[in-house]
Design a protein. Structure first.
Length: 407
């Protein structure tokens, strides 16, 4: 049923009702006022029939209008929900599930639906599905060339297609569900940055489940998915940029604290332990004052590189701000971590950095805190590590002071 005929049905229904009412009014006026017998006579049933037909068209038009309005309302709601999911960095699979939930509300007669993604090797797999058996979903891996939309469009995939029973009989596929065969399919391509990203499919085991006018609705849903996928890509890029310190390439404080809170939750759940290290660059102000801020930046970058490349891939390293760094070491061996940091410090001190004819000797102090023995929260751990860091600094100042006194 073509929804574009809605205004025409509505208008025709109104015209028929009005005409029937006019005819009945003229006949009644002629009988009462003029005293003449009814001019309609035997035509009254026909006039009433015309009026009833007009009422039917009007009601049908109103019904289609309400259904169309409901569909577009659901599409707006879907868009809002997806945008919200992007902003809270929700898992992409949950976003796909949200899309399918709304698609099935828009098309209540649909029984099967899917979002398929295209990998680098040209294979389609399920990213989300609704109605299919688990075995079918898990075993599904289809070449793009074998998909219905590729075959029906002869490789020119540009827009959504309605593929009916007759066409499906001549199309090849290696994958049929266990209990039914495809009888009616709408398949819409998803493009992101001009590249085919995947497909949005509605499938049915009954003929004529979908009408040609449904294709336009599916295309609109697909276009919303495309916009949201593009927006999510941009958002994740910006988020990644905001999570990385511009100077050192390490995690920002905010990003590190988010990961630390997750690690605390995970370690608590699985009875695991880790060590938090706070690291403070020694002498940054002196370098800045004597050689300038570019030299200070070089000083910080050298320490950051040593911390990053000297750590295991499982360890998490960040810049806490200014001249402070922070590292989360997985494992409970505090002595091994202390030995590792002492080795890093020795390596930095033995390799001065040349800067415009001057020699910079990077150095740092550190403090350690063990989870869960010395703290079970972000604040508790950082307080313990910060106190020990300044104990190390004060001890070094005291040693240096005694050396100068003896000299």
């Amino acid at each position: 049923m073509d929804r574009q005929l809605l205004p025409r049905r509505f208008t025709v229904g109104c015209v028929l009702i009005i005409n029937a009412a006019i005819w009945m009014s003229i006949d009644a006026l002629n009988t009462v006022v003029m005293g003449n017998p009814r001019v309609l006579g035997s035509l009254i049933p026909w006039v009433l029939g015309i009026g009833w037909f007009g009422v039917t068209l009007l009601a049908w038009g109103l019904f289609l209008g309400m259904r169309k309005s409901r569909r577009y309302g659901l599409m707006v709601d879907m868009n809002l929900q997806i945008n919200r999911a992007i902003l809270i960095d929700e898992d992409i699979d949950r976003i796909y599930d949200t899309v399918l939930d709304y698609v099935f509300m828009i098309f209540p007669n649909a029984k099967f639906g899917s979002v398929l993604t295209l990998d680098e090797k040209g294979y389609l797999t399920f990213a989300a599905s609704k109605g299919y058996a688990g075995n079918y979903v898990n075993n599904f891996c289809l070449k793009l060339e074998e998909s219905f939309i590729f075959q029906e469009s002869r490789g020119a995939i540009e827009r959504a297609l309605l593929i009916r029973k007759k066409a499906l009989k001549r199309l090849f596929t290696r994958f049929y569900p266990d209990t039914w065969k495809f009888q009616s399919v709408i398949s819409a391509p998803l493009f992101v940055n001009g590249r085919l990203f995947g497909l949005l499919n509605l499938d049915s085991g009954k003929p004529n489940t979908f009408a040609p006018s449904d294709v336009a609705i599916v295309e609109r849903v697909a276009s919303q998915i495309e916009v949201c996928l593009y927006a999510r890509g941009i958002y994740l890029e910006r988020l990644e940029e905001s999570r990385e310190d511009a100077l050192t390439g390490l995690l920002t404080r905010r990003a590190f604290e988010e990961l630390l809170c997750r690690e605390i939750s995970r370690a608590s759940r699985y009875s695991q332990c880790f060590v938090l290290a706070l690291i403070d660059a020694d002498g940054l102000k002196r370098v800045n004052d004597s050689l300038g801020h570019r030299a200070g930046d070089r000083f910080l970058m050298t320490i950051a590189q040593r911390l990053r490349y000297g750590n295991r891939t499982s360890d998490i390293t960040g810049r806490f701000g200014g001249d402070e760094f922070v590292v989360l070491y997985h494992g409970c061996d505090t002595e091994a971590i202390r030995h590792k940091l002492d080795a890093d410090l020795a390596a930095l001190r033995s390799s001065p950095v040349a800067f415009e004819g001057a020699s910079i000797v990077p150095s740092f102090s550190y403090g350690l805190a063990s989870f869960p023995e010395e703290g079970v929260s972000l604040d508790e751990l950082t307080d313990v590590a910060d106190r020990r860091l300044y104990e190390m600094k004060n001890l070094r100042r005291s040693v240096n002071s005694n050396r100068h006194t003896e000299a």
